[in-house]
Every structure is written in structure tokens, then in C-alpha cells.
Design a protein around this ligand. Structure first.
Ligand code: NDP
Length: 318
């Protein structure tokens, strides 16, 4: 588990603006579980963070100065600003946010990376059909919450797994999940999932891995599709995790399991944003966020992801 000792805050002088760059004042920062992976040298799909460098990460901000033809002062933008109150960034790495579409914070959540992860990871990989049973772990988080709502829109029966009674109640009462399970208070997750999914699990969207996924995989139906999105239960482990191997249920049930990294879908982001924004506009998709106030709370907000402090997308209002 990372601690405050892994981070420090510095005040530095930003470089002068070069042609094609913009000076951006950060308004909202995103903290994300993948950042934990980048705090490790283990082989991954992106290089690790460099010691003594600024923490990278997505953020929304306001352009203060611009030496680019595409951006002007006052524009709201989203991009890799990192954990900084101000950043000098090449304008071609920033996207203008259409603030008429939805609140600006959705550019980091529902209409941003986490919403797109839910959309493509569920629809493209699992192809859920009406009346199928969909289970999602990490269900009350940024990705999971959108997965469950999309599955409901597509006519599926949806079971969410989350870490508190409040989250379980929220998923059922506010988002219309058919059932939700608190994995922290449930003694036998295998039995709980079996009871909630009498016909088996047709689609499993995995955000957490570990023993929760073992319990779900023991309950899959013939032809099940499993999307491996994240393994947050394992990110802080110092030793390899050993559990029941998933291959047997996959073999017996002729199931398909596929991992994905959302940036592989970058070319299709406009299609995903269009669909998510349409559902949001129609009131069929809700955006839930937990926002902490103050740049100095960024590390707390990040660490809170590993204790389940957040409901929906965790943001920092700078
Ligand atoms: P969340 O908003 O879901 O925040 C993390 C949540 O994980 C916490 O709220 C907590 O909820 C839960 N959690 C923390 N520790 C554990 C644990 N040991 N066991 C079970 N649950 C735990 O984050 P995101 O929605 O941003 O990300 C969800 C997952 O998707 C992550 O694994 C992330 O790495 C992955 N991801 C993958 C992407 C890809 O391209 N493949 C892109 C974006 C995200 P609770 O109270 O329920 O425990």
C-alpha cells in the first residue's frame, strides 16, 4: 500500500511558453488505480513513473495563456496535466471540453476514460444480450457503476459486488441493479453469487481479481464472456497471488476471457462518447462522483481508492 512518504509537493517555476503550447490552470484532477501500477517497475503496458518526476494523470483545466491557434484563454480542456496546479502542455495533447453536453467533471469520468472503459470493455468484449446475467465487481466505482447501468440499458439482469452496505444500497436503489453483494460481510461469495445467479453468470466484468473473481468464475454459464478490466485486489500485493485456477471453468463452459487496455480503443472514443452522452442526455445513465477539495488532498484521494473511500469517480477539486 503506498503511503504519504512516497510523495512530496514542490513549488517550481514553469518554463516559458513555446509556440504550440498552452499554460493551463488545473481545476479537477483524476486519481486512478492504474497509477499504482505505474509506481512499480514490473513489466506493464506503460513505462513506470520516474522517481522525482511529476505524477502523471488526467485532469481538466482552464487555459490561461496560449501560443497555439487551436486554444484561447478561457477554454476548458482535458488532458494529461499531471498532479500539478498549473501545467505547460503542447496544445495537440489537449482536448476542448464541450461544457454544454454535461458537467465538466464528466470529462474525467462518465464521458472520459472510465466511462469509455466500461462501454468498450462491456459492449465490445462481452456483447451482452437481453435477459443475460451480468456480474460486475468493483461495481460502485467509476468503471463498475457505468458497466452495470449499461448492462441494464441493454436489458440484462445485473448483479454488482461492492465493499459496503451503503454502496450495495446505492446500486440497488439509485441505479436499478437487480441485486448487489457486500463482499466484505458475505461469508461465502461463491454461494452468494450462485444464489443471485441461478442460471449462471453469462457475462463477468472483472475490476478486482483475487478471491472475488474466483467466486464468480466458479459460477459461469456455458459460453460465458469475461472481460478483464482491472485487478485492484492484487495491485498492492508483494507476493504472487495463488488461488483456484480459472482455466477449468473456462474449459468446461467454453467461456471466453479477454483482457483489454482502454487506449487500444482510442480511435473509437468518439463513438463511445456519443453513445454515453446520448444515454446521459436521455436520463438513462447517471454520473456519480466523489470530489475532495484541495490540491493538498490529492494523495489522500488516491490512497482512498484502495480502501473504497469513493462512490463513483474519485476527483480532486484543485
Ligand atoms: P474505482 O472507482 O472502482 O475505485 C477503486 C475501487 O476498488 C474502490 O472504491 C474499492 O471499492 C475497490 N477496491 C479497492 N481495493 C479492493 C480490493 N482489495 N478488493 C476488491 N475491491 C477493491 O476505480 P476505477 O473505476 O477507476 O477502476 C476500476 C478498475 O478498472 C481498476 O482495477 C482499474 O485498474 C481498472 N481500469 C482498467 C482500465 C483498462 O484500460 N483496462 C481503465 C480504467 C480502469 P469497494 O468499496 O467496493 O471495495
Amino acid at each position: 500500500m503506498p503511503t504519504h512518504a512516497n510523495f512530496r509537493t514542490e513549488t517550481t517555476q514553469l518554463p516559458p511558453l513555446q509556440q504550440g503550447e498552452a499554460l493551463v490552470k488545473t481545476t479537477y484532477l483524476s486519481v486512478d488505480p492504474y497509477m499504482r501500477g505505474r509506481m512499480s517497475e514490473a513489466k506493464s503496458y506503460v513505462p513506470p513513473y520516474q522517481i522525482d518526476a511529476v505524477m502523471g494523470g488526467g485532469a481538466v483545466g482552464e487555459v490561461l495563456e496560449s501560443k497555439s491557434d487551436t486554444l484561447k484563454p478561457g477554454d476548458t480542456v482535458v488532458g494529461e496535466l499531471g498532479w500539478q496546479t498549473h501545467a505547460v502542455v503542447s496544445a495537440d495533447r489537449l482536448h476542448k471540453v464541450n461544457t454544454d453536453l454535461a458537467p465538466v467533471t464528466t470529462a474525467l469520468g462518465l464521458l472520459g476514460i472510465t466511462g469509455l472503459t466500461a462501454y468498450f470493455g462491456l459492449v465490445d468484449i462481452c456483447d451482452p444480450k437481453p435477459n443475460e446475467t451480468v456480474v460486475v465487481s468493483g461495481a460502485a466505482g467509476a468503471v463498475g457503476m457505468v458497466v452495470g447501468q449499461i448492462a441494464k440499458i441493454l436489458g440484462c439482469t445485473v448483479i454488482g459486488i461492492a465493499g459496503s452496505d451503503e454502496k450495495v444500497a446505492y446500486l440497488q436503489d439509485e441505479l436499478g441493479f437487480d441485486h448487489a453483494i457486500n463482499y466484505k460481510t458475505t461469508e461465502n461469495m461463491y454461494k452468494a453469487i450462485k444464489q443471485a445467479c441461478p442460471g449462471g453468470v453469462d457475462v463477468y466484468f472483472d475490476n478486482v481479481g483475487g478471491t472475488i473473481s474466483d467466486a464468480v468464475l466458479g459460477n459461469i454459464s456455458d459460453g460465458a464472456r469475461i472481460s478483464i478490466c482491472g485487478q485492484i485486489a492484487l495491485y498492492n500485493l508483494t507476493q504472487a497471488d495463488v488461488g483456484p485456477r480459472a482455466q477449468t471453468p473456462i474449459l468446461i463452459h467454453r467461456a471466453m476471457m479477454k483482457g483489454f487496455i482502454i487506449m487500444d480503443y482510442a480511435q473509437r472514443f468518439p463513438e463511445g462518447v456519443k453513445q454515453l452522452a446520448k444515454w446521459y442526455g436521455e436520463g438513462r445513465l447517471k454520473s456519480e462522483e466523489t470530489v475532495v477539495d484541495g490540491f493538498d488532498k490529492t494523495v489522500d484521494a488516491f490512497l482512498g481508492l484502495f480502501t473504497g473511500a469513493n462512490l463513483g469517480k474519485q476527483l480532486v477539486r484543485v
